[in-house]
Ligand binder design. Structure first.
Ligand SMILES: C[S@@+](CC[C@H](N)C(=O)[O-])C[C@H]1O[C@@H](n2cnc3c(N)ncnc32)[C@H](O)[C@@H]1O
Length: 219
């Protein structure tokens, strides 16, 4: 049973952000995983995951988007979660970090009643990609937010996306009138999809919501 939000707000910020305390409380279900996306983004994740046979999320942190994905998916579907855990300066604000154990417990609770088969890859996405072989229907890029990291995730993974599948970039709408984002993901998305030649052949922007850009592959 989660603690009431009123009580949680009384906790000093230094305590609320302490990774070890958070891991205990998040893992036990006393507080929810930190929400890193809006309700509209959560709906988009759910809509695209609903009919996807296989979903890959790069960057799990405390599991809030993985929960949104798991809740939209059923037992015939696979959710692959890629995160090395610990602190990564180009992925999270200073001092933040999640633990494998707590995030596993969060996702297991979300997937336990009729949810997808969950497969964890506790590793860097660039180390998982060379071992990967399956078609991917939805790829959520939300790991290393440096320009090099986002570009590497696109380069390493987009070739696995099946026709009709999508890639979602998070934090990729910096400077858009209704958007937000960070320089790394926004720069990669702008160069890749909004340049004078348009998106790569077969790819098109399918949706833009808050900080997220969804790109569809039509084959
Ligand atoms: C912004 S958080 C992810 C947020 C999560 N998707 C959510 O909405 O709750 C970024 C995460 O990416 C992870 N990360 C950093 N570099 C990575 C890499 N090269 N491959 C996979 N994950 C990475 C970090 O450990 C961190 O947990």
């Amino acid at each position: 049973m989660p603690l009431p939000a009123r009580l949680r707000r009384l906790t000093p910020v230094a305590l609320r952000d302490d990774p070890r305390l958070r891991a205990v409380a998040v893992g036990a279900g006393l507080i929810p995983p930190r929400t890193m996306h809006s309700e509209a983004e959560s709906r988009l994740l759910g809509e695209l995951a609903r009919d996807a046979r296989l979903v890959v999320e790069i960057g799990v942190y405390e599991g809030s988007s993985a929960v949104a994905l798991a809740r939209a998916m059923g037992p015939a579907q696979e959710l692959h979660l890629v995160d090395p855990f610990g602190h990564h300066p180009t992925a999270l604000p200073s001092g933040w970090g999640a633990t494998e154990r707590a995030s596993r417990r969060v996702v297991a609770r979300a997937a336990r009643d009729g949810g997808p088969r969950v497969v964890w890859h506790v590793a860097l996405s660039q180390d998982v990609a060379p071992t990967w072989a399956a078609h991917v229907d939805l790829l959520f890029i939300d790991g290393d937010h440096s320009a090099e990291g986002v570009r590497r995730d696109w380069d390493d993974w987009h070739g696995f996306v099946a026709p009709g599948g999508h890639v979602l970039f998070h934090d990729a709408r910096l400077g858009r009138p209704d958007g937000r984002g960070l320089e790394g993901p926004t720069g990669v998305v702008d160069a890749l999809l909004r340049g004078p030649d348009g998106p790569p052949p077969g790819w098109a922007i399918a949706a833009e919501v808050d900080r997220t850009v969804a790109v569809r592959f039509d084959g």
